[in-house]
Design a protein around this ligand. Structure first.
Ligand SMILES: [Zn+2]
Length: 96
């Protein structure tokens, strides 16, 4: 990752403070479920407290929380399911 530590940006909200990188607990809602992400990088103004989240971290989180990606909680059933008996391992398990 880059060398963002120690970098500051002028705050666009109060024009007086600066945004510096902090690690906060990011809270979002997903389908009525509250998701908390600890140690999430955010740019926080030292004057007005405005938070701007790192765009790359947000996109990473979006990918993580996307219902179409990263959803591997479904139990695999391909192993203990007898097909016809003649082909015991038609699908080699290369993921392990
Ligand atoms: Zn500010």
């Amino acid at each position: 990752m880059g060398d963002m530590q120690g970098t500051t940006y002028p705050c666009g909200e109060c024009q007086a403070g600066v945004l510096s990188l902090r690690y906060v607990t990011y809270v979002t809602w997903l389908g009525g479920e509250m998701i908390t992400v600890p140690n999430f990088p955010a740019w926080v103004c030292d004057m007005c407290g405005r938070r701007e989240y790192d765009t790359r971290a947000i996109s990473w989180l979006d990918t993580l929380l996307s219902p179409h990606a990263g959803r591997s909680t479904q139990p695999r059933r391909g192993r203990s399911r007898p097909h016809d008996g003649s082909a015991p391992s038609s699908r080699p398990s290369t993921t392990e």
